[in-house]
Ligand binder design. Structure first.
Ligand SMILES: NC(=O)c1ccc[n+]([C@@H]2O[C@H](COP(=O)([O-])OP(=O)(O)OC[C@H]3O[C@@H](n4cnc5c(N)ncnc54)[C@H](OP(=O)(O)O)[C@@H]3O)[C@@H](O)[C@H]2O)c1
Length: 328
């Protein structure tokens, strides 16, 4: 398969190139960047030096020659690429937020009109695999909603309240420097942000509702001084108490056979660079605490996007994605 990555100079685009290097059926043939067109990919991704001869380019939409395109561009940019690529018969996996929410919810939360809306499968394979099979377009979930929803899913329909408390690494903000991500503000520090109003909350609520849950859902993220990773503590307040054994068995059964969800003590180091999501639960009766760990750029972005590509194309879901994390 010929793969185009739109937005290949960013963090998610860089991880798509890195991961696809070991995919047996896919070859990246187009890597776009408007600012770096004409420069080699390793000029901003030095870890890829000697592994790819790709050059950044800035082709017009009609000149993108690919079987499948990943949109690793900011929200609102993706909606200008999705339709035209699909019209040309190119499958698309969109890593942005443009097609994850109903149109009116998107417009309210992102504060912009959606100029090319259509409904798309939400690519959290563990919950929506059937809708992703054979799809021509998939909306890849947000990084926080991936870790959070996987942490709460088995218990969501038994809960009246779910509170997600997440710690995220700095690469979640992309490669554009800002005061928030400036080293002295991040290093040796922990910062809560968007305490009650993070945009990803809408996705979390939508997923809880799709799981048949009537729970109220809350979310507060914190920026921590690591490059990659999201650790989410889900406080799941149950309608009826559940003992530890029952909660553990429920989780293990729910994710049995899932290639990328492991029931074990979550820690960022064990999933760093990998597509795994590690989850463990502890019950105190009417509150079950479920903690998940993912790499925001892999299971939270590029890895999950490749998992979705594999599912939409009928390949083995694990292809190109079975590399372990980097511990220590
Ligand atoms: N970082 C994460 O952990 C993460 C996780 C999940 C999802 N995502 C989503 O994935 C997407 C990419 O995130 P990122 O963190 O990789 O961002 P990033 O580091 O800021 O990279 C953005 C990329 O898009 C290109 N770009 C920007 N505006 C564009 C436009 N209007 N048209 C075409 N290309 C454009 C940029 O290159 P040029 O400006 O040179 O063209 C760059 O290659 C975003 O939608 C983000 O929300 C990110």
């Amino acid at each position: 398969m010929k793969i185009a990555i739109i937005g290949a100079s960013g963090y998610a685009g860089g991880d798509l190139i890195r991961l696809l290097l070991s995919h047996p059926r896919a070859e990246v043939t187009v890597a776009t960047s408007r600012k770096l067109a004409g420069k080699p990919v390793d000029s901003v991704h030095p870890h890829l030096k000697g592994l790819t001869g790709l050059m950044f380019e800035n082709p017009s939409l009609e000149n993108i020659d690919a079987d499948l395109a990943f949109l690793a561009v900011p929200h609102t940019a993706a909606m200008t690429y999705a339709g035209p690529l699909l019209e040309r018969g190119i499958r698309v996996v969109d890593l942005s937020a443009d097609y994850r929410l109903p149109k009116d919810t998107f417009e309210t939360i992102y504060g912009v009109p959606h100029t090319d809306y259509f409904e798309a499968p939400y690519g959290l394979p563990e919950l929506h695999r059937d809708q992703c099979r054979g799809a021509l377009f998939i909306a890849n979930p947000g990084c926080f909603p991936t870790g959070a929803t996987l942490a709460a899913a088995p218990l969501a329909k038994y809960a009246h309240t779910i509170i997600y408390d997440s710690k995220t690494g700095v690469s979640g903000a992309g490669d554009n420097p800002s005061a928030v991500t400036h080293y002295p503000n991040v290093g040796d520090n922990v910062n809560p942000y968007k305490w009650t109003s993070h945009r990803h909350l809408a996705e979390m609520k939508l997923e809880a509702a799709r799981l048949g849950s009537e729970a109220r859902v809350y979310f507060t993220p914190h920026l921590v001084p690591v490059n990659r990773g999201i650790l989410t503590t889900a406080h799941i307040l149950l309608n009826e108490p559940m003992e530890q054994d029952e909660a553990e068995q429920l989780y293990q059964k729910y994710y049995q056979g899932e290639p990328f969800v492991r029931y074990q003590m979550p820690m960022l180091g064990a999933v760093r660079g990998s597509n795994f999501c590690d989850i463990k639960v502890e019950s105190e009766g009417d509150r079950v605490v479920a903690v998940s760990a993912i790499d925001n750029l892999v299971k939270g972005a590029a890895g999950q996007a490749i998992q979705n590509m594999n599912i939409m194309c009928g390949y083995d879901e694990r292809e190109g994605l079975m590399a372990p994390g980097l511990l220590p």
